[in-house]
Design a protein around this ligand. Structure first.
Ligand code: SAM
Length: 209
């Protein structure tokens, strides 16, 4: 009985820590959202249609941008889905799945649209994650993405490379210097539309399997 109590106290403490870090994440994102990310989300997330899976959904910040008239079902997943994501998903009828993007618990060709935003900076093996995404999207299905990537100017790159070792330690493995756009296009997706200029530190687009 004693052990059970300790376990549930630890569980509650862990949940509270996660909720606090989710709230802090949203707070940290406020200026970045205002600086352009929210505008990108508003432009591209409503293009998700059919059976939709979002991976690395975090606190569920994209949920308010979906056009539910075009979405037949929505599953939001994360390798550590928190209470905030569950609460936000519940309020718009989306399902929540605990899933690592490198090992998705879904059949091949299950989804019409795969959404990921600000995910691949922190995935340990991004190539494996993109391979999984390709496996679960239907042939002809689409991916919708926003990622921050290595910039094009020498100065920007130098700053990104030098900050990354420190930044990834305090930010849950976030790399500021990944060439995620190239990783996506080399993973067998045809990029149909880009919403950011090449060379910009934000990369956003729609690709097709
Ligand atoms: C920077 S947050 C982005 C959250 C949200 N997509 C957004 O646009 O604000 C990265 C998220 O990816 C999740 N994540 C990191 N590695 C993952 C993995 N291998 N599989 C699934 N989710 C992962 C983290 O838990 C976190 O919620």
């Amino acid at each position: 009985m004693k052990e059970l109590n300790t376990g549930s106290r630890e569980h509650t403490a862990q949940n509270s820590r996660r909720l606090l870090s989710s709230r802090l994440y949203d707070l940290f994102m406020v200026p970045l959202e205002a600086g352009g990310i929210a505008r990108l989300r508003r432009r591209i997330i409503p293009r998700a249609d059919g059976k939709v899976l979002e991976v690395g959904a975090g606190t569920g910040v994209n949920l308010k941008y979906y056009d539910f008239l075009n979405v037949s079902s929505l599953t939001v997943s994360d390798h550590e889905p928190g209470r905030l994501l569950r609460k936000r998903a519940f309020s718009c009828g989306a399902e929540v799945a605990e899933a690592d993007v490198t090992q998705l618990p879904f059949e091949d060709s299950s989804f019409d649209t795969l959404v990921f935003t600000l995910l691949f900076c922190s995935v340990e093996d991004p190539k494996a994650g993109l391979k999984e995404i390709k496996r679960v999207v239907k042939p002809g299905g689409k991916i919708i993405f926003i990622e921050h990537v290595l910039g094009c100017s020498r100065l920007t790159q130098r700053i990104q490379h030098s900050l990354t070792p420190f930044w990834r330690r305090i930010s849950g493995n976030c790399h500021l210097n990944r060439e995620t756009y190239e990783l996506i296009s080399d993973s067998g997706f045809t990029i149909e539309k880009r919403f950011t200029k090449a060379g910009c530190v934000l990369s956003s687009g729609i690709g097709r399997r």
